[in-house]
Design a protein around this ligand. Structure first.
Ligand code: PEP
Length: 253
């Protein structure tokens, strides 16, 4: 059965003191609350915080993720951090292909495939992001666009490799804008993504794929979004920086 997940993407927010405090608050709140056992909780702090935060997380249910990794495994790549390095500090999942990375750092599908491969080879879970910009939705080419992102980045993997991948559908027009896709829009696209996956990897793998929705998820809209048949949770940006709000989102299942 596919896993339900709420993942927090902190982006480039918090200094180390604030980050450790936030992670501890989330960890303690999760420990105290009665959150259903089948729900996975992921936090993706900035790179500089990962090692220390790994030491303050006690609850096994809070899983540490990175927001990015290098497509290369080692070598003369100044400023880059490999998947192996992330794994060595306790990271268990890596966000790959966030729209901000695609837009500001020119990450192509080809680069993303390499990153995902590296994440899998280092025993971590890739959270692969896809989604259209507003202009593409307005032109009515959003399904085509998401299909091509998935085909280009994921269809070269074996079934065994693919089974490790989590997909996050994040319409770019809904990220950080306060505009959320309606639950019907989210369900429609998630169902389409599952069908796209099925065409390559078959029904079982498609049914077992966790597909998260991302784009201005907050406590007030999470329940409605997460109640959709093909929405398996959320990738949460802004609202994950507040421990109480994040916990409310987790409890929306
Ligand atoms: C994100 O960063 O992936 C995101 C969805 O951000 P926000 O929730 O702030 O829209």
């Amino acid at each position: 059965m596919r896993k339900k997940i709420v993942a927090g993407n902190w982006k480039m927010h918090t200094n180390i003191r604030e980050g450790v405090a936030l992670a501890s608050a989330i960890d303690k709140a999760v420990e105290k609350s009665e959150i259903k056992s089948e729900i996975g909780i992921i936090i993706a702090p900035p790179l500089t915080h990962l090692s220390l935060i790994n030491q303050v997380i006690n609850d096994e249910r809070v899983c540490l993720a990175a927001q990015n990794c290098s497509s290369e495994s080692k070598g003369a790549f100044t400023g880059e951090v490999s998947a192996k390095m992330l794994h060595s500090v306790g990271v268990k999942a890596v966000i790959v292909g966030h729209s901000e990375r695609r837009a500001y750092y020119g990450e192509t599908d080809e680069i993303l495939t390499k990153k995902i491969k590296s994440v899998i080879e280092n025993s971590m879970l890739p959270i692969f992001c896809c989604g259209e910009v507003l202009e593409q939705r307005e032109k009515g080419i959003h399904f085509e666009l998401v299909k091509s992102q998935i085909e280009n980045a994921l269809f070269g993997f074996t079934s065994e490799e693919y089974s490790k991948i989590i997909i996050a559908y994040e319409p770019v027009w809904a990220i950080g804008t306060g505009k959320t896709a309606s639950s019907a829009q989210a369900q429609e696209m998630h169902e389409f993504i599952r069908k796209t996956v099925e065409s390559k990897f078959g029904k079982d793998l498609a049914e077992n794929t966790t597909i998260l929705y991302g784009g201005s998820v907050k406590a007030s809209n999470a329940k409605e979004l997460f109640s959709q048949k093909d929405v398996d949770g959320g990738l949460v940006g802004g609202a994950s920086l507040d421990a109480d709000e994040f916990l409310e989102i987790i409890k929306s299942f």
